[in-house]
Design a protein around this ligand. Structure first.
Ligand SMILES: Cc1ncc(COP(=O)(O)O)c(C=O)c1O
Ligand SMILES: N[C@@H](CCCC[NH3+])C(=O)O
Length: 451
């Protein structure tokens, strides 16, 4: 819509005649008045659009090569009961990685068979709970876990005729993703079992020795915020070769490969939104080509996007407090704009150097701009929301500031640092708005403190 970069702002965002922000027909000023700030505002229609886009694009691409696909929504990016319900209703499955995420998916009445459980350090109770819920698959992350899950399956009365579906998470050596902390398939890190030296192959063979486990396939996830299809394709090659190696060694052809999540989104103007159908077609073509080279059948594929589904749907609204011009050593001025949240609702800039953009949400503001740094209210000089952004020169205390693309890893990684209660998530649609996750209160925090 006019004045807004469509790659960065939700599809339901627009500006009214005064240049104030509207989200799915709701004025940002009204939303802030009703829910207070900071608040995460999620464009519900866009969540459905994004979920169905992944479902339809990948289904079409993989059906075209004679295969099928399951899209798991990665709950770690943002999960609430409503969101889990929506994802399932939109034809997605739900990927969880802790007992807490599993509990949310189950509360949403997502059937167990449509849930996956990950985790590099699952507890006995998480494993037992997943088996009890009859989740569709447990992704094994270490050799030790193979025996533990088999034992838990036996203890739950499962056997050769009622096996527990598992995958083995492997690291393929493909290094991708923006920051070291979010790259996950290089060798020297905690996730998965390496393909080098035959370790992954040995783990897959180990699964086959347990009659109560059904080996559904191998799983990989190479990192997050990846824009380049080549990295996914390189990963797919390694995974397909591993599948062929297992078949040669044992005669067992794994029916499925999970190629993980990690699809990137646009955070700042100038970055482009990914062309999901083109991406899916390119990946499917690679899978088909490599299968032909290996003279093997095309497996069923699953993927686990989180950020690319929910990230672009959400805008954080903050209230501006202190505005402080600071003269730098070179004589230039940087305007520090302090908002009423910060690293407790968005740790990504501090943790990964992640970049965001912002605009005033209650009015257009003056056409002249200042070089602004948006900072939070925490007792930490690294509490920076946006390192540098041009804001109207008349930005003032009381203004509303909107930061887009905060749907993934914002609320889900939020903390209560400095005893700042975590903000709510409000879903907006044309004519309706509702609180998905309520604001924490000081009473919530004090209730934990036993004195
Ligand atoms: C195993 C696994 N699957 C899926 C995801 C989701 O990643 P993204 O939100 O980047 O799509 C992650 C997080 O990086 C992950 O570790
Ligand atoms: N939390 C990370 C990405 C997900 C890592 C999970 N494996 C981020 O905000 O970018």
């Amino acid at each position: 819509m006019t004045g807004l970069d469509v790659a960065v702002w939700p599809s339901g965002a627009g500006l009214d005649d005064d240049g104030a922000l509207r989200l799915a027909g709701h004025g940002a000023t009204d939303l802030a008045a009703e829910h207070d700030t900071p608040v995460f505002v999620l464009d519900e229609a866009m969540f459905h659009e994004r979920a169905r886009l992944f479902r339809d694009a990948f289904t079409a691409a993989f059906e075209a090569i004679g295969s099928g696909v399951d899209v798991y929504y990665a709950g770690k990016s943002f999960l609430s009961v409503a969101v889990a319900r929506w994802a399932y209703a939109d034809g997605l499955r739900v990927d969880t990685c802790t007992g807490g995420e599993l509990a949310v998916a189950l509360r949403a009445q997502v059937p167990g068979e449509a849930i996956g459980l990950h985790g590099n350090n699952k507890s006995d109770s998480e494993i037992a709970r997943a088996i009890d819920a009859r989740v569709g698959r447990i992704v094994l992350d270490s050799v030790a876990e193979v025996g533990r899950v088999a034992a838990a399956a036996r203890a739950a009365g499962r056997g050769p005729h009622d096996r527990v579906g598992v995958m083995v998470r492997v690291t393929t050596g493909i290094h991708a993703g923006g920051h070291e902390f979010i790259a996950t398939a290089h060798e020297d890190q905690k996730f998965g079992i390496s393909v080098t030296g035959g370790q992954a192959l040995a783990a897959l063979r180990e699964v086959l020795t347990h009659p109560e486990l059904e080996l559904l396939g191998a799983h990989s996830h190479i990192g997050s915020q990846i824009q380049d299809v080549a990295a996914f394709e390189a990963n797919a090659r390694v995974m397909l070769a591993l599948r062929a190696d297992l078949e040669r060694a044992t005669g067992v052809l794994m029916p499925e490969l999970d190629l993980g999540g990690g699809y990137g989104i646009a955070y700042v103007p100038g970055e482009e939104a990914m062309d999901v159908p083109a991406f899916a077609r390119s990946l499917a073509a690679t899978v088909q080509r490599v299968c032909a080279e290996l003279d093997t059948t095309v497996p069923r594929v699953s993927i686990e996007p989180g950020r690319a589904v929910v990230g672009p749907t959400t805008v954080t609204l903050y209230r501006v407090g202190v505005v402080k011009p600071v003269t730098l050593d070179d004589g230039s001025v940087r305007t520090y704009v302090a908002v009423d949240g910060g690293m407790s609702d968005n740790i990504r800039p501090a943790l990964y150097g992640a970049r965001y953009t912002a605009r005033l949400a209650n009015r257009a503001g003056s056409p002249e701009t200042v070089r602004a740094r948006v900072v939070g209210k925490h007792c930490e000089s690294g509490d920076i929301v946006i390192d540098e952004v041009a804001l109207p020169a008349d930005v003032a205390p009381g203004d509303l500031l909107a930061v887009p693309a905060t749907g993934a890893y914002g609320r889900s990684m939020a903390s209560t640092y400095n005893h700042v209660p975590r903000p709510p998530v409000v879903a907006v649609a044309e004519g309706t708005s509702r609180v998905l996750v309520r604001r924490e209160t000081e009473d919530d925090l004090l209730a934990l403190d036993l004195g």
